[in-house]
Design a binder for this molecule. Structure first.
Ligand SMILES: [Zn+2]
Ligand SMILES: [Zn+2]
Length: 275
């Protein structure tokens, strides 16, 4: 549903110059300049096999050393400056056009990953209905839809959030786990024996994804995987210096330079994504 504030905002976007959301450089169009895009801190191996977080010797990371760890997970970038600003704009500042950048990058990872590419269904992490009304969109569902379109894996709503939960941001690992305990339920009967790929924007301790994993496994899911746009580094492992985004095979096609002013090339994000 398009609100009056959305129309007003679209008008301002048309009148006001576009600036890079990271460095504030003026752009003709798009949301991130090529320079900032080039140096987004992307995730590089060795990775924790359960969540995709950089981890020494590809062992399970600090957060996956328990029996609730997901069957397999991958992430696109590290949730550290400046990529945390990209997530913040996408999630809290209604910059839903960023979904094209994030969703296509994640789809590239899914297609290239032997395990994730075998998924039967793509599913998003649901928001509580009140939170969705307040925010106006579910960022996880937007990403899941793009990943489904790009990979051809069916997208279905498999989970619903049956109670509201506090924001996890300031909670400890144990409090996060308690906070989301019994917060989700499976909807429908399309889970049995399926390999399910859960999509979310950020993975920190993994408490939310692990609770969804638990509920889906209880309902008969064969395997539960995850792919997230950003993941926090492990406390016990300092990630190696990241390669520039342009050198990665997962750099999505939408990141092609769009020419422009000559001062800087710009990210060609297709405008008008609903949100
Ligand atoms: Zn920039
Ligand atoms: Zn892990």
């Amino acid at each position: 549903m398009i609100s009056f504030s959305d129309i007003l905002k679209a008008g301002f976007d048309f009148i006001l110059p576009h600036t890079c959301i990271i460095c504030s450089e003026e752009l003709e169009r798009g949301m991130i300049c090529d320079n900032c895009l080039e140096y987004l801190p992307l995730v590089n191996p060795p990775l924790c096999p359960a969540c995709g977080r950089p981890a020494a010797n590809a062992a399970h990371c600090t957060f996956c050393r328990d029996r609730d760890a997901l069957d397999h997970g991958r992430a696109w970038m590290l949730f550290v400056p400046p990529s945390d600003a990209v997530i913040h704009h996408f999630k809290y500042r209604r910059k839903t056009r960023l979904a094209h950048l994030l969703g296509r990058a994640m789809a590239g990872i899914v297609k290239a990953d032997f395990v994730l590419s075998q998924s039967d269904v793509v599913a998003s992490i649901p928001l509580f209905w009140l939170k969705k009304i307040r925010r106006g969109y579910n960022q996880s569902a937007i990403l899941a839809q793009i990943i489904s379109t790009e990979t051809g894996i069916e997208h279905r709503d498999l989970l619903k959030r049956i109670r509201n939960t506090r924001t996890q941001t300031r909670l400890s690992e144990e409090h996060r786990r308690q906070n989301v305990l019994n917060a989700f339920a499976v909807c429908g009967d399309g889970v049995q024996d399926k390999k399910i790929l859960l999509i979310d924007d950020v993975l920190t301790t993994g408490a939310t994804l692990k609770e969804c994993y638990r509920v889906l496994k209880q309902a008969g899911a064969a395997e539960v995987y995850s792919c997230v746009a950003a993941i926090t580094p492990d406390r016990s492992h300092a990630p190696s210096r990241h390669r520039p985004a342009t050198s990665l095979r997962h750099r999505p096609a939408c990141l092609s330079a769009s020419g422009g002013t000559g001062r800087s090339r710009q990210v060609n994000l297709r405008p008008g994504f609903p949100g």
